[in-house]
Design a protein. Sequence first.
Length: 191
Amino acid sequence: MTDARRIHLVVPEGLEADADHAGRATDEPSGYYRAVLDSVASAVSGGDVVMLAPANSFGGPMSEHHAGKRYLGSRLPHGVQIECPEGSNASYLDTLDNAIELRNHLERIGWWPLGPCTLYCNSPHRMRAVLMFKLLGFDIKDVVTNRGRQPTSSIVRRLWFYDYLLLHYAYEAGAIPYDLIRFAYFKVTGR
């Protein structure tokens, strides 16, 4: 995709847990993900493209990226295109997988190479998200982060550490070397 449209690349940030807080996923973006999506909605204008990276369903009825697309719904100005891939057969996608799956999708539809993007994610996720997407060849020109969360929301059990800022940063710090090793393996094997 080489035209002049502005591209907004959204990294998934979890689903909300059910009302009884058993940790099961609903079809709603987590409060953290909604904050990221709200940042996107306030930044786009007609003719822009919002790309939602393929993500997880956490055993719930809908994947993060499809929940994100539904949430954005009428929040976007007229003329904004949402690119929301079908998803993956993988049991769990981490940030490296989000980038791999999105790039594979863009190659399939003839939009690769993509061109300059603005990447949106939760603040603690910034370093790993930027690194993984850049390693996969995405041209990240700007990054928009936030740490918003609605106090009444609860995130799926798998992502419990999001609610503890220092633990979230520690998790991300540990996940970077893990994903770098996985990326090296991916470059050698293609898987």
